[in-house]
Write a protein that binds this ligand. Structure first.
Ligand code: SF4
Length: 292
């Protein structure tokens, strides 16, 4: 069996930076270190933080916060009201927002300051989208997740800006952009899918082009970018297996393939990828041609 790891694997730069901020806080903060919500959507990463004594901040914790406690916000961004609330509780708040998301927030604030309306393609319940909607207070803001939903948007929107949640499917965004362009002649389309998500989506297609017979996607089951990668992988028509950890590998099923591609979400560490590759090598490759 040949194992081909996607050209882009391991944490994205935004996740790496936010996690470093948390680990740095553990070193320099003399009090307790908190995170506000899941820093990243990966339960193993969150477990590692918990094991290092990082605490998930809950509103009920407010009464117990002392001056030398610290908090780091998540990579997905945080609404201004929430940031102010944290500032009211903690003397030391570190903004963990990924620089890409921060850039999109600036764009939305600028546009909605001109009372223009914003349409976001994404999941309305995702923390990043909640933060983007919060920033679009100057005009109307709509969140949709299909080209079909463009039909239900009001006709009288003002100079629409169309943007994307950073991790959505590029094909979905292109379909929505086409429908928006047909409905609003003065719409501005900005593809704000981040670089990391774009190259990961492309790298999955490269795996298929290289002739793999099946694709394993490693990443959190509730991670937005990982589930998009699974969707992109399924479009290739190949068998796709979405796992969070090496222990979930369906080794009996995988044995029948001569070559397997391994791709990872943005919140999956290199170490987790190595574990998956090592398990495949140990259980399957020995029986065929070692070529990973
Ligand atoms: S997936 Fe993209 S937007 Fe999200 S943290 Fe990573 S680099 Fe930033």
């Amino acid at each position: 069996m040949k194992i081909i790891v996607s050209k882009v694997s391991g944490f994205c730069s935004g996740v790496r930076r936010t996690l470093k901020l948390v680990w740095d806080a553990l070193e320099r903060c003399s009090g307790r270190v908190y995170v506000d919500g899941e820093t990243v959507h990966n339960r193993l990463v969150m477990q590692a933080l918990e094991d290092a004594n990082v605490k998930l901040f809950r509103d009920s914790d407010q009464r117990c916060i002392v001056p030398n406690d610290c908090i780091v916000t998540r990579a997905h961004g945080i609404p201004e009201s929430r940031y102010s609330q944290l500032k009211g509780c903690f003397k030391n708040v570190t903004d963990g927002t990924c620089s890409h998301v921060a850039g999109v927030l600036q764009l939305i604030k600028h546009v909605s300051g001109e009372a223009r309306d914003v349409v976001i393609v994404g999941n309305s319940e995702h923390p990043e989208v909640i933060t983007l909607v919060d920033a679009a207070r100057g005009g109307k803001c709509f969140v949709i997740n299909s080209a079909e939903q463009v039909k239900s948007l009001p006709h009288d929107l003002t100079r629409v800006l169309l943007i994307a949640q950073s991790t959505i499917d590029g094909e979905l965004f292109a379909d929505v952009a086409k429908a928006i362009g047909e409905k609003y002649s003065d719409a501005e389309v900005k593809n704000t899918i981040c670089g990391s998500s774009r190259v990961r989506q492309r790298a999955i297609l490269d795996l298929a082009r290289e002739g793999v017979e099946a694709i394993i996607v490693v990443g959190g089951k509730h991670s937005s970018n990982t589930t998009v990668l699974v969707k992109v992988a399924r479009r290739t028509g190949l068998p796709v297996f979405h796992i969070e950890v090496a222990a979930e590998l369906p080794l009996n099923e995988l044995e029948k393939f001569c070559s397997i591609g391994v791709a990872t979400g943005a919140s999956t560490s290199e170490e987790m990828v190595r574990e998956v590759v090592d398990s495949l090598r140990e259980k399957c490759v020995g029986k065929r041609i070692p070529n990973a």
